[in-house]
Design a protein around this ligand. Structure first.
Ligand code: GCU
Length: 638
C-alpha cells in the first residue's frame, strides 16, 4: 500500500514550516483532515487465513497518549522524527519520549480512572526490529481488533486504516519496512457516531483501544489467502467441499490433507481460486461428540493447519436440525465484558464463560452483540457448544446510508471469513431490535444475502420485532431469515406474562423461532419478595414461567436468556445499577450466582432429559433428540 497522504517523512514542524509555501497554521482550518485516511481503509478482501500461522507478537508495553481532537492527524505527528524537547527547533504538541504507557492488548477505559469515559482518539507507538528471512516474503501487520477506527503509520508513513470494532484486519507493511528498527504508530478512535455500526446509542459500554492481539505475519510471495472446508449441505454427511483462494490470480494446485479421512486431496486452482468436493463419511461433530479433524493445506512454502469439525445445521419446517436431528437450543447470551479488563478477553475468561454455560446445562450461546474473540469459537469447537455470532447492527442504525451498509457488510464478511471453519458457529445474526422501515428491510436483507453468498453452510437470523397492532410475531425481515429471533421482556419491561401467552396464541410460524433475549434485573444477594423488581426471586420465577409458556409454542426451538453476567453500561444509573445492567444470572464478579442460575439449570436439565432417548446422557440428548424431523424426513438418508 502506498501512502494516500503526501508524506514529508522524518521532518518536523520547523522543517515543514520552512518549506516554500507551507502554511504552519493550515491544520487549524482543515476539517477534512480525516478524509485522506479513508482511502487507505482495508477490509475483508485483505484478510489472510490464519489457521496455524504464527504471528510475531507486538503485544506488551507501548507509548500511549490521548488525543481527543485528533491533533495527531491534523498536525501529522506521525511525520515528526522523534526528538527530545531540547533538540526541537520549533514547538510540538506531543512528545514521543515522554508519553504515558499502556499495555496492548487492553482497553484504555480500565487503565486509569481518569480515562474511564474517554471517547476520542488515542495514539499507540512502539518500535520493533525487523530482519528479512525469506526472499520474496511479505509482511503484514495483524490487529485482532481495535475499537472503533484505526489508522496505521510505519516509519512516518500512513500505511492503512480500518473501521469496525470487533474484527481482525491486516495491513501489508511492504516497502515501508526497514531492516533494523521500525517505528509503528496506531491511532485508535472509539467515538460513537450515528452513521457507524453500532451507532452512538447502545446498551453496552463503549470500550476503546487495541484490545486484542497485535502481531506481524510473514507469508511467502504467493500464499493461501482464504481456505474453507465443510460438509456440503444436503449431502447427508457424505460430501466435503474444500475451497481455496490464493493471493495472486495464478494457476496451480493446493494440496489438502484431512487426517484419518483423506490424506492427499488435490485442489486445482485457476486464476487464484479453486474448489473440489470429495466423498467421505466423517464422524460428525456435535455437542455430545465434538470430533475435530486435523486439516492441513499446502501451497509452495505456505502451510495452513486447522482443527475442523464436520456437521450440518439446517431447518425443516419449524425444526432446527443438527446432523439431521431435531435440537432445542438451551442457550444464554453473553457480552465481552469484564470488571477488570473491559472488552479485552483471555482464554481463561472464555473457558470460564463456557464452564458456566455447561453448569447451566446449556448447549448454545449467543455471543452478543458483535463478533467475539476468535478463541471463543475455537474453544467452543473443542467443548461442543453451539454459537450464534452477530454484527452490531443494533437499534437505530443509519439504514438509509450506503456507507453505513458498507461498514456493516464489511464487518459481517470479516466475521465470516475469520470463523468460517468453526463447527460451533451455526448461526450468523444480522441485527438486533431494529425498527421496521423499508430502509431497514433492504439493509438487513442485504446482509442476509451476504451471509448466504459468503457461507451457504450456516443459518441466518436476527432479533426481530412483533406486530403490535395485531399482537403477533410478524416481521417483514423474516422472509430473508432461516430462523426468527425474538427479544421479549414479558415479566419485566412488559410486566404481565399474559402478553407472551397472547402473542404465542396469535402467532403461527412456518420456520423456527429462538427467544433471543428475555430476563430481568436482579441485585445479587437481594432475594426480594415474589414479584419485587430487582429481586433475585422475581428474576428466578420469571424464567420458570417463561419456559412453561414456551412449551406451548411448537415453533419455539431455542431459549436464550439475557444474560450470563452483569455487565457495564453507561446508560443505567439508578441507585441499584450504578452503570451496570443487572440481568446477569451471575454477578459481574463472574462468581456470585443468583437464584435464577439454579432455576434455569434445573429446567435445562429437564429439557435435555425430555429430548434424550432412554439411557442416553443429558448431553447425548442433543444428539438424539429426535431421530428424524417430525415430517419423517431424515436428511441423513437411510
Ligand atoms: C435489549 C438489547 C440488549 C439490552 C437488553 C436490556 O433487548 O438487545 O442489548 O441489554 O434489551 O434491556 O437489558
Amino acid at each position: 500500500m502506498d501512502a494516500r497522504v503526501e508524506s514529508s517523512r522524518g521532518s518536523g514542524p520547523a522543517e515543514r514550516a520552512s518549506a516554500p509555501g507551507h502554511d504552519p497554521y493550515h491544520h487549524l482550518h482543515d476539517e477534512a483532515y480525516a478524509a485522506p485516511f479513508a482511502a487507505g481503509r482495508v477490509g475483508w478482501r485483505d484478510m489472510l487465513a490464519m489457521a496455524g500461522r504464527r504471528a510475531e507478537s507486538l503485544d506488551g508495553v507501548w507509548n500511549f497518549v490521548l488525543d481527543l481532537h485528533d491533533e495527531g492527524l491534523r498536525q501529522r505527528w506521525y511525520e515528526d522524527a522523534p526528538a527530545p524537547i531540547a533538540g526541537w527547533t520549533a514547538p510540538r504538541d506531543h512528545d514521543d519520549g515522554d508519553w504515558q504507557t499502556t499495555t496492548v492488548p487492553s482497553c484504555w477505559n480500565v487503565a486509569r480512572p481518569e480515562w474511564t469515559y474517554f471517547e476520542g482518539g488515542a495514539w499507540y507507538t512502539r518500535s520493533f526490529g525487523h530482519e528479512p528471512r525469506l526472499p520474496g516474503e511479505r509482511t503484514f501487520l495483524r490487529i485482532g481488533a481495535a475499537n472503533y477506527e484505526a489508522r496505521v503509520f510505519l516509519n512516518g508513513v500512513f500505511v492503512g486504516a480500518h473501521r469496525g470494532g470487533s474484527t481482525p484486519f491486516f495491513i501489508e507493511l511492504g516497502g515501508h519496512l526497514v531492516r533494523g528498527a521500525n517505528r509503528l504508530q496506531i491511532q485508535v478512535d472509539n467515538r460513537r457516531r450515528p452513521e457507524r455500526v453500532p451507532m452512538n446509542h447502545t446498551d453496552w459500554f463503549n470500550y476503546g483501544g487495541l484490545y486484542r492481539e497485535v502481531g506481524l505475519v510473514r507469508v511467502p510471495g504467493i500464499f493461501i489467502r482464504d481456505f474453507g472446508v465443510a460438509l456440503v449441505p444436503g449431502s447427508h454427511g457424505r460430501r466435503i467441499a474444500i475451497d481455496v483462494a490464493l493471493s495472486a490470480p495464478i494457476d496451480g494446485v493446493v494440496e489438502v490433507a484431512i487426517g484419518g479421512l483423506a490424506e492427499a486431496i488435490a485442489v486445482p486452482v485457476a486464476a487464484g481460486a479453486g474448489r473440489v468436493e470429495i466423498t467421505a463419511a466423517p464422524e460428525l461433530w456435535s455437542p455430545a461428540n465434538p470430533r475435530l479433524y486435523e486439516v492441513e493445506a499446502r501451497f509452495g512454502d505456505d502451510r495452513l493447519h486447522d482443527r475442523v469439525g464436520f456437521r450440518e445445521i439446517s431447518v425443516a419446517g419449524q425444526r432446527i436440525l443438527l446432523n439431521g436431528e431435531d435440537i432445542f437450543l438451551r442457550g444464554v447470551c453473553v457480552h465481552e465484558d469484564d470488571v477488570a479488563t473491559g472488552k479485552a478477553t483471555s482464554e481463561a475468561d472464555i473457558r470460564r464463560r463456557f464452564a458456566d454455560a455447561k453448569a447451566l446445562n446449556a448447549n448454545f450461546l449467543r455471543l452478543s452483540h458483535y463478533p467475539h474473540h476468535e478463541l471463543a469459537a475455537k474453544i467452543a469447537d473443542e467443548e461442543g457448544l453451539l454459537l450464534w455470532q452477530e454484527v452490531p447492527v443494533y437499534w437505530a442504525i443509519d439504514f438509509a446510508n450506503p456507507d453505513t451498509f458498507a461498514d456493516a457488510d464489511n464487518q459481517l464478511r470479516e466475521m465470516i471469513r475469520r470463523d468460517r471453519n468453526r463447527a460451533s458457529v451455526i448461526i450468523w445474526g444480522v441485527g438486533n431490535e431494529n425498527a421496521d422501515t423499508d430502509e431497514r428491510l433492504a439493509f438487513m436483507s442485504g446482509l442476509a444475502a451476504s451471509c448466504r453468498e459468503m457461507d451457504p453452510t450456516r443459518l441466518v437470523s436476527a432479533a426481530c420485532l412483533i406486530n403490535r397492532e395485531h399482537f403477533r410475531i410478524e416481521d417483514r425481515l423474516s422472509e430473508a431469515l432461516d430462523i426468527i429471533g425474538l427479544n421479549e421482556y414479558f415479566g419485566w419491561y412488559e410486566p404481565s406474562l399474559d402478553g407472551l401467552k397472547q402473542l404465542f396464541a396469535n402467532s403461527d410460524l412456518d420456520k423456527p423461532l429462538i427467544i433471543t433475549e428475555t430476563g430481568a434485573d436482579a441485585v445479587a444477594g437481594h432475594a426480594g419478595a415474589p414479584g419485587e423488581l430487582f429481586g433475585e426471586t422475581h428474576q428466578s420465577e420469571l424464567f420458570g414461567k417463561q419456559l412453561d409458556l414456551v412449551a406451548d409454542a411448537p415453533y419455539v426451538r431455542g431459549f436464550c436468556p439475557w444474560i450470563l453476567y452483569d455487565f457495564r453500561t453507561e446508560r443505567r444509573q439508578t441507585a441499584l445499577q450504578r452503570g451496570y445492567n443487572l440481568k446477569g444470572l451471575i454477578a459481574a464478579d463472574k462468581a456470585t450466582r443468583k437464584k435464577a442460575f439454579a432455576t434455569l439449570s434445573e429446567r435445562y436439565s429437564e429439557l435435555a432429559q425430555q429430548q434424550k432417548p432412554a439411557g442416553a446422557s443429558p448431553a447425548k440428548a442433543d444428539q438424539n433428540a429426535c431421530k428424524a424431523a417430525p415430517d419423517g424426513h431424515d436428511p441423513r438418508g437411510g
